[in-house]
Design a protein. Structure first.
Length: 186
């Protein structure tokens, strides 16, 4: 068991919430509702408990979770109002410094997606190799049905949670925040 995982398992409520909350984008309720699942055997158990909390939360609460995510290279990125995790995840693909044409394309995709589904596009960026692949996935998901997209969004959030949990509580934790796994759960 890693030191961080041991700390999480032994911590008081506030310290445990501070450790768990960054794993799920701007949704402390997920960490709060998951605390009772301690002790966790490993990083995957942490991730599984968080994801299960989301899955049993009901559609309205899941949609609220989706809505608190920042858009890709959107308003939050421009104003500097993103979590450190999202900044790193978006930065890996250069989303924080797009050229004019790519920025306009992403702005159009963000607007179309939000108009169709009512929340920002959410994707685990650690699985996306480059900007071209991101645009292709984004365009394909814009054409999905609302139910298909709800399921895809949950899967993307779960992937981000797993990667963040591994980076935080896994046996091979990186030594610095800049070397953490890069992904985006918006």
């Amino acid at each position: 068991m890693t030191h961080a995982l041991h700390t999480l398992n032994q911590a008081g409520r506030d310290e445990a919430l501070a450790l768990l909350s960054p794993l799920v984008e701007r949704s402390a309720w997920v960490a709060e509702d998951t605390l009772g699942a301690r002790p966790f055997a490993d990083d995957e158990a942490v991730a599984q408990a968080l994801v299960e909390t989301i899955l049993v939360s009901g559609t309205a609460r899941r949609l609220a979770l989706f809505r608190v995510h920042p858009e890709l290279a959107g308003r939050e990125a421009m104003s500097g109002d993103m979590t450190a995790e999202s900044k790193g995840e978006q930065g890996r693909l250069g989303l924080m410094s797009l050229g004019r044409r790519d920025a306009q394309h992403l702005t159009r995709l963000n607007a179309a997606y939000r108009a169709r589904f009512g929340h920002p596009f959410i994707i685990a960026l650690h699985r996306v190799p480059d900007l071209g692949a991101l645009f292709a996935i984004f365009e394909r998901r814009c054409a999905a049905t609302p139910l298909e997209e709800h399921v895809s969004t949950l899967a993307e959030i779960a992937s981000v949670i797993r990667a963040r949990a591994a980076a935080t509580f896994g046996p091979t934790r990186p030594s610095s925040p800049s070397s953490q796994t890069q992904e985006h759960v918006q």
